[in-house]
Design a protein around this ligand. Structure first.
Ligand code: 5GP
Length: 250
């Protein structure tokens, strides 16, 4: 049964295959099935590998965090888990803006401005990037969205507001597990009703998560920077979130 009491719609055809997920249409024009893959990529697809169990680990973590965000008052596309690596979601048109929230300096902002990694910001920063792999997701601001038709002013205001609300809820959660939420990327989509929904995923693929004490990286930087075994890292993170391993009987 769907969360709204209806039957789960039937899977139809693959309409999108990205680096980490596949999207299938369903018999309900307003619903899609999202399948999380085991592939990992970095540097806009230049580096690739298959990571054992990544799909089900990310699907499990994303379902859990999307439900937390809904409980915190942020509407999301997530409806229910259909299997270990598949979600039933509302079908949205993705806004082509990657919304990044930063609490601690790391990654591209350090490169862009010549800053040292690890400095804590006095308050969180929201940055927009134009979602286009071929262009390497360039930084952008409101004027680009407005003049190039990527989003309306009210939508940009909502993206910022919702991203900061997500940040507060996620920080609360990760801090409780002894994990520092350094930064993360969100994507939003327009539902058929016109409502903006938090979409895509909330996973260690799109977040920087450091152990608060040891500063050990618990996210995809382990793969991007060749720091160790990503499957082991993601398994450790999964166990912290759920209190049991990904192979434990449910
Ligand atoms: P940065 O701008 O420092 O590269 O990334 C900031 C945060 O957003 C990091 O947590 C990073 O994982 C995430 N992020 C930025 N762009 C992408 C992207 O294209 N894909 C994924 N999975 N995460 C991204």
């Amino acid at each position: 049964m769907g969360t709204n009491g209806g039957a789960v719609p039937e899977r139809q055809k693959l309409v999108y295959e990205g680096k980490a997920k596949q999207v299938y249409t369903t018999s309900d024009p307003d619903r899609v099935i999202v399948r999380f893959k085991d592939s990992a990529t970095a540097f806009d697809g230049a580096k690739k590998a298959e990571i054992t169990d990544k799909g089900r680990i990310n699907a499990g973590i994303s379902a859990f965090l999307m439900e937390k965000m809904a409980a915190a008052g942020i509407p999301t596309h997530f409806e229910q888990a259909l299997s270990e690596n598949e979600h039933l979601c509302k079908r949205v048109q993705i806004v082509p803006i990657e919304v990044v929230v930063r609490n601690v300096l790391a990654g591209s902002i350090c490169k862009r401005f010549g800053l040292e990694e690890g400095g804590t910001l006095p308050y969180p920063m929201v940055e927009f990037f134009y979602k286009d792999d071929a262009l390497h997701d360039p930084p952008m601001s409101d004027i680009h969205a407005r003049l190039f038709g990527w989003a309306e002013d009210w939508e940009l205001a909502y993206l910022r507001h919702a991203a900061l609300k997500v940040n507060a809820a996620l920080q609360d959660f990760w801090n409780g597990l002894g994990v520092t939420l350094v930064d993360f990327k969100l994507e939003f989509g327009r539902f058929s009703s016109g409502q903006l929904l938090l979409a895509d995923e909330i996973t260690p693929d799109g977040s920087r998560l450091w152990d608060s004490k040891t500063k050990q990286k618990l996210d995809k930087d382990v793969f991007r920077r060749d720091l160790g075994d990503l499957s082991d890292t993601y398994r450790q993170l999964y166990s912290r979130v759920f209190g049991h391993g990904v192979d434990a009987p449910q």
